[in-house]
Design a protein around this ligand. Structure first.
Ligand code: HEC
Length: 141
């Protein structure tokens, strides 16, 4: 086989969708999207950068949505158009860090990155976002 014929399409398509490259069945790579579009503000684990870390955000979403589909769909809508009313994290996070700016990604990318965020849930770190001082929201479940 001529290597160039194999390599060229792979290089062109990799950033968009290369299911065989990262093991997911379909769609864009949520982790890569996160690294490119979100990591500048969000760390995955505490301590925070300029936004709440992803693991406690994922915990807040797991507490408030029964299914991944529902959580991811709400999160994708939030990323497109953040609002205080739609926020599912501790309100203290917005007080502390400000409201998140809208993300300029397509719907498929938003779903993929939201799915990756959802999957970062760690049951051993279930406390609320924004500190535990005001309690109440950190019920481990
Ligand atoms: C410019 C900084 C910045 C970038 C870039 C950014 N975020 Fe955020 N994000 C924030 C801040 C600040 C908050 C906390 C306030 C809030 O919830 O709006 C937040 C909150 C969130 C929340 C909680 C939403 C809720 O219910 O309140 C999620 C989920 C999230 N970000 C995911 C992402 C993802 C995924 C990306 C990349 C596609 C991203 N963020 C990029 C600053 C950022």
């Amino acid at each position: 086989m001529k290597p160039i014929l194999i390599l060229l399409p792979a290089l062109l398509l990799a950033p968009l969708a290369a299911p065989e490259a990262h093991g997911a069945s379909t769609g864009p790579d949520g982790k890569a999207l996160f690294d490119r579009n979100c990591g500048v503000c969000h760390s995955v684990n505490p301590p925070p950068k300029s936004a709440p870390p992803i693991v406690p955000i994922a915990s807040a979403y797991h507490r408030q949505f029964a299914s991944k589909a529902a959580g991811v769909s709400h999160m994708a809508a939030f990323l497109k158009s953040p609002s205080k009313a739609a926020s599912k994290v501790d309100p203290e996070a917005i007080t502390r860090f400000g409201l998140m700016p809208p993300v300029a990604l397509g719907d498929a990318e938003l779903k993929a990155v939201a799915g990756w965020v959802w999957d970062q849930y760690n049951p051993n770190m279930g406390q609320g976002v924004g500190g535990s001082q005001n309690g109440g929201n950190g019920n481990c479940r």
